[in-house]
Every structure is written in structure tokens, then in C-alpha cells.
Design a binder for this molecule. Sequence first.
Ligand code: 5GP
Length: 339
Amino acid sequence: MRIERDVKLDFDDVLIRPKRSTLPSRNNVTLERTFKFPHGAKSWTGIPIIASNMDGVGTLSMMRSLAQGGVMTALHKHYDIPCYKRISREYAFVTIGIRTEDEERLRAITRLKKPRFLCIDVANGYTEKAVAFVKQMRETYPTTVIMAGNVVTGEMTEELILSGADIVKIGIGPGSVCTTRNVTGVGYPQLSAIIECADAAHGLGGLVCADGGCKVPGDIAKAFGAGADFVMLGGMLAGHDESEMDFIEKDGNKYALFYGSSSTRAMEKHAGGKASYRASEGKEVLLPYRGPVHNTLEEILGGLRSACTYVGARKLKELSKRTTFILVNRQINTVFDHP
Ligand code: 5GP
């Protein structure tokens, strides 16, 4: 056993220090980025936010709405194959796991429409099986942009990039409906995970996607400030018209049921129940209905533009260079939160 003594940080442990700026208005901030990938062909331009491949978030309706704003969606794994005919060319990731069935599914999707972006999603990206699967996908799909994860440390980020990933997904345990840290005691505070993994990835010309733990637009700004190239959102985009889920009426109000991909509910829905050898690592929550996602997206992008203005970044690309985090004991005035 060993103890690492340097403190690892989460979004709530820091604030971004304002800096002198020559920007006249938030309107002058460009959130679009253009990325080249270490393996995948062709560059991509857009706003580097990705709706998570979760039920109620990574839907075709979400893809259509977000694509209008230049934002991406990682589609959940549960659509029938013919549905993939409708995927956007520029703004959709096809998500698969690492089982043989996933590979067969991908082959069937490819026959219909070759995906430009692939998300290989495993809860634990540290296994040899996950690394071998990434290598195999890179050999089979040499020009596809591959995002793979999840990991939280530099050495594993490097290993995945060297195995063929273009983007490494960062985050173990920070998610809004994730219970991995309670159930297993495993995890890594998300801000430090992003800082360390981004450093490792960028050294190899690779990219990282910060996945999980953003509760407010300011957290997304902190994730980009920490060096994330992409930020993936689950809970912040759940509960909207685009969820493709039935809303629940309770005491005259509408709610959406939002659940983790490893929750008992998800396993019952998609895997015929929870296998007896495994524990549920996700929970379910009722979220108040939030209307069309367009309004939420505007809030998020407005917050990001404002963050850039506060540090004098004309482009999102400059945000991390201009970010100094300050450690804080307390960051928000909650006096009216509990009247
Ligand atoms: P959020 O933006 O809601 O904080 O986090 C979304 C991320 O949480 C997802 O993209 C995924 O990586 C992770 N996640 C989703 N469901 C589960 C789950 O049931 N268990 C765990 N451990 N992580 C989950």
C-alpha cells in the first residue's frame, strides 16, 4: 500500500482568477475550435461539447438540436440499426462497448452508414481487454476518429493514444448519477484528472474529453481551463424535450427519470436485469422537466463566453493558457438557497 500526499482537486476546490482583458464584449469570443487528430483523418470544426451517450441524453433528437449550434452528441447504444441512417455526418459519435456483439453491431451500422466518430465506452478503461479492443478498432477503421475511455491518469491516457485513440475520455466516478466512488472507493478528483491527462495526451498530439461532474456552466469553463479539448455532459442536458423519454406527472409538475448507465434500472432495461456478481454503480433521480435543450445550451455557451471574457481569451482555444486557478475554501453565496 502507498499513499500519494499531494492533494488532488475537484471543480469545487478552485475558481478562475480574472485577468486584464482587451475584449470589448462576450460577443467577440469564438467558442468554435478546429482539431486535427493523431490517427483519424480530416479535421473537425465545432463547439467541443458532447452530449453523453446516456439514455435520455445521447438521443437522435438531442443530436438534431445540438448540431444546429455546432455541438456534438454521443448516441446511446440502444438504437435499432436502421435508426443510424439518420445520423449527422459531422456531429454524432456512434457508441459501442467492447463485447463481440458491439463489434458486430458496428459492422452492421457501417454497412448502412460509415460513422466518422466512434466512442468506445467502458466504465474501466484500464483493462488489457479495453486496450486490445481499441487497437483492433484502429486497425479495422483507420480513418475513423476514435474516442475511448474512461481513465483518469496520464500513463493510461498515453497507452490509449498509442493504441489508436484520438480522444481519451477522462473521468472515473464524478458523474451526477454515478455511485462508483461509494460502491468501490475508486476515483480521482476530476479537475486534477483533466490537468494530468490533458498534459499526457497533448504531449503525444492526442486530445482529451472531460467526462462527468459538470453541474453548472462554470464547471465546464474550469474543465476547458484545465486543458480539456472536449467536455461531455450528462445531467446538465437531461430532462429536456429531446430526451426521448416519457415524462412523469407528480403533484401537477412534470419530471424526467434520469438514471446512470450502470444503474439497476439501466441493466433491467437493456441487459435483462443486473447480474448477481455485479453491484449497481449508478442511481436514478427525478429531474424537473426543463423544456427545449436550446435554452439550456444558450445558458451554457453564454457562461463559457463570459468566462473567456473574464480572462481575456478571444477564443476558447486560449482559455487554458489564460487560466490561473486559485484554491478556495468557499466559492458560492448560498444565503437564499434554503429560505
Ligand atoms: P454528468 O455530466 O451527469 O455529471 O456525468 C455524465 C457521465 O457519467 C457519463 O458520460 C458517464 O461517463 C458517467 N456515468 C453515467 N452513468 C453512470 C453510471 O451509472 N455509473 C458510473 N460510474 N458512471 C456513469
